[in-house]
Design a protein around this ligand. Structure first.
Ligand code: UDP
Length: 240
């Protein structure tokens, strides 16, 4: 089942049902794309038809963050947010159980190396068959390496919309796999960026913590939420 926000379909699933769906996609015979959507991305999609097309063609779009949850509520839907960083960690844990081959791409070299070291310590049996930092210019070289290693779960951290474009373009090239854009998750797993304290997470205020603790993001992110909610309200009134 899905719900609609600013004209885009978003999966209406609990965390566990989302994991079940992703596991089925990992086992399917095609390349699937999971997008963890937030207000900033939805607003970008309004201006960028290529990005909008990518979202419309994704096999799964999950509501990452309180902004999307509130936006959906204002549109009449009760859907709980699924933090992308938790969702992808759970996918890694599930993949380790059946030794599914995993690839991780993105972030600076020292960040991805440290993140993988930490993940391996935490997740028994994690089977990482390929990794690459996120600062490359030849996408085709990475696609060729992925094709050769055939991971079934591929995590991509290049920031948005770069990671979504990279995944979309991989669809006709690499072997069947589930690919998910994970934004800043490697920065968190490496320990280079601290996640918001639990209380911020429970209240859905991780974005506020992040924008305050990383002042460079403040100007970009802070006005996004109110602007986004105004858009949701006027969009709703437009179609009524
Ligand atoms: N990143 C990357 N290659 C790039 C741009 C970004 O690997 O060309 C990585 C960056 O190091 C970080 C992650 O993508 O680990 C998310 O970047 P950012 O915080 O800028 O993206 P956002 O979370 O704002 O979408």
């Amino acid at each position: 089942m899905s719900v609609e926000l600013l004209g885009f379909n978003i999966d209406d699933l609990t965390f566990d049902k989302g994991i079940e769906k992703a596991k089925l996609l990992i086992d399917s015979a095609k390349v699937s794309q999971v997008i963890t959507i937030n207000p900033e991305m939805l607003q970008n999609a309004e201006k960028d038809s290529n990005f909008a097309n990518i979202i419309n063609n994704a096999e799964m779009v999950i509501p990452d963050g309180i902004g999307v949850e509130i936006g959906l509520k204002l549109s009449g839907y009760k859907v709980k947010r699924i933090p992308g960083v938790d969702f992808s960690k759970k996918l890694l844990k599930e993949s380790a159980i059946s030794s599914i081959p995993v690839a991780i791409i993105g972030a600076k070299e020292e960040v991805i190396v440290k993140a993988i070291e930490n993940l391996k310590k935490e997740i028994n049996g994690l089977n990482i068959v390929y990794y690459h930092n996120g600062y490359f210019s030849d996408d085709n070289k990475i696609y060729a390496e992925l094709k050769q290693k055939s991971p079934k779960l591929i995590l991509v951290a290049l920031g948005s919309p770069k990671q979504e474009e990279f995944i979309y373009n991989a669809k006709n090239i690499i072997n069947p796999a589930l690919m998910i854009g994970i934004g800043g998750s490697l920065d968190v797993w490496s320990g280079y960026v601290k996640r918001a304290p639990k209380i911020f997470q429970i209240l859905g205020l991780e974005w506020l913590y992040r924008t305050i603790s990383q002042p460079s993001r403040f100007k970009r992110i802070f006005p996004t939420l109110p602007m986004f909610l105004i858009k949701v309200l006027t969009y709703k009134n437009k179609i009524l």
